[in-house]
Design a protein around this ligand. Structure first.
Ligand SMILES: *Cc1c(COP(=O)(O)O)cnc(C)c1O
Length: 361
């Protein structure tokens, strides 16, 4: 917890690539089938170039991003784009080797026309909605596609897929219902490979994995089974720099809105971490940081670039220039999410470029 190695860093985000690879292998084992890596949103905040390379090294051959720019920024052809083929961008996708997840008949029709224009078959995944009502062919569109398979002429359908709405909830009735709907759809496309499960779905049942599993969150150490202890290895450690130590007197307040009043004299550490760094403002007054394993409550409001934590109770409190634990052995992504009233997905993807990313083994 020294500052010497990163003298200019306001905060340090250490990404353990070995843990990422180990998580991939554990998920692949649990899935019992080909397993992709979901590396959208900058690899859930950890850095998508590192996620891509690390997962490739672990044997991963299929990658999902959300947007075409996320795919292009990685400079690798053959990535699957969950957001589909944007209207008017079909030839760009084809030229750049992007593989869209086709989310409606309208998209299928545009990709089909593009294939005819460029004079070759174009790869795609076809997405059926089975409960999300977000993207994917709905029941009516699904019926129509099954009746008119020629709508897919010119399209090399690599997989059909669907996506769970509630797989993080053990025993949610949507889960089995979605599996049954998807199984019925898959039966109409014999010989075409199928993909359904995300992180939680994989860990709940091998039977939900079909031919290609699609984990994201659990790769990065998030707990896919919230009702039990986390089987995944920790990938992310976040530490923030102490800028100043102050004394606060009984009756004084701290921060914007003076939301916290001290009941006794204490000391405060002001750290270089705020909501612009991804430390959510909803953690004001409820979240903690850790120093040598000791919790230090956040006092007052989280501001854009700074937070204040109470350190008056510590035997050997941190000093200016020390780095305190935000995420690490004493506080998981899921723990901090609970304290801030959100999910670990939002904690990870909120991590900003301000945090100096350090990649280890
Ligand atoms: C984000 C996403 C995933 C990965 O989900 P996790 O819960 O992070 O494992 C899989 N499939 C689709 C369609 C997604 O949007």
């Amino acid at each position: 917890m020294t500052s010497a190695s990163e003298p200019l860093a306001p905060s340090r985000l250490t990404v353990n690539s070995g843990a990422l690879a180990a998580n991939y292998k554990l998920l692949r084992e649990a899935a019992g089938c080909e397993t992709a890596g979901v590396i959208k949103a900058n690899g859930y905040g950890t850095g998508s170039p590192n996620a891509l390379e690390t997962l490739k090294g672990a044997g991963c051959k299929h990658f999902f991003v959300a947007t075409p720019e996320e795919a292009l920024s990685l400079g690798t052809a053959g990535l699957y784009v969950l957001g589909g083929v944007y209207k008017g961008a079909e030839t760009d996708y084809a030229a750049q080797g992007l593989i869209p997840v086709l989310n409606s008949l309208e998209e299928i029709s545009r990709w089909h026309s593009c294939a005819r224009r460029v004079g070759k078959k174009l790869p795609a995944i076809v997405h059926f909605d089975t409960a999300m009502n977000r993207l994917g062919l709905g029941a009516e569109e699904t019926k129509k596609l099954i009746a008119y398979k020629s709508l897919l002429d010119g399209i090399d359908v690599r997989y059909i897929m669907s996506h769970f709405a509630c797989s993080d909830e053990n025993g949610h009735p949507h889960n089995e219902a979605q599996v049954q709907r998807f199984r019925a759809i898959a039966a109409e496309f014999p010989g075409v490979k199928a993909s359904l499960a995300n992180s939680s779905g994989i860990m709940r049942s091998k039977d939900w994995c079909f031919d290609l599993a699609r984990p994201g969150y659990a790769l990065y150490g998030g707990n896919p089974l919230p009702e039990q202890s986390n089987p995944m290895s920790r990938v992310v450690t976040l530490e923030a720099r102490v800028l100043q130590i102050r004394t606060a007197r009984r009756g004084e307040t701290v921060g914007y809105g003076a939301s916290h009043t001290f009941e006794k004299d204490t000391t405060l550490a002001t750290l270089s971490l705020g909501y612009a760094d991804g430390f959510l403002r909803s953690g004001s007054g409820t979240a903690k940081l850790f120093w040598n394993g000791q919790p230090c409550p956040v006092r007052g409001r989280v501001s854009m670039d700074l937070i204040t934590v109470e350190t008056g109770h510590l035997q050997n409190p941190p000093q200016t220039g020390d780095f305190m634990e935000v995420l690490g052995p004493h506080q998981s992504v899921d723990d901090l999410a609970r304290a801030a009233g959100t999910t670990g997905y939002e904690i990870l993807t909120s991590l900003s470029p301000r945090a100096k990313r350090v990649y280890t083994g």
